[in-house]
Design a protein. Structure first.
Length: 115
């Protein structure tokens, strides 16, 4: 298992078979990731505990989805997105991909607290 500290909390890779990978995330209340998209991966979030806000953009239109315990949400390949923890969050993040290189583009940087 690979564990990585992030400005918003930490992530632990639980599984990777070069076709998908599964991560356990602990996100601090107020923590958020960068706005980014993946060129080769779908992204699925499943909340174990807490409330997680997912923002995604289709063109210039922003969509907000708030996930609670037991909720899941899929971000398709190529869609700009980000998450923000409304409370302390524990969740599972699954990537489904066919490419093993770097495929992330960032529009902003992650952080902790208000914008």
């Amino acid at each position: 298992m690979k564990k990585a500290n992030k400005v918003w909390g930490e992530t632990t890779e639980l599984f990777n078979n070069n076709g998908s990978s599964t991560h356990y995330l602990e996100v601090k209340a107020g923590g958020y990731c960068s706005e980014h998209k993946h060129e080769q991966k779908d992204n699925v979030f499943y909340v174990i505990e807490g409330r997680l806000e997912i923002a995604s953009w289709v063109g210039d239109e922003k969509h907000i989805r708030v996930l609670g315990r037991g909720d899941g949400y899929r971000i398709p390949v190529g869609v700009w997105h980000m998450f923000r923890a409304l409370t302390d969050v524990k969740c599972v993040e699954v990537y489904d991909y066919k490419y093993d290189g770097v495929d992330i583009q960032r529009r902003t940087q992650g952080g902790l607290g208000s914008d």
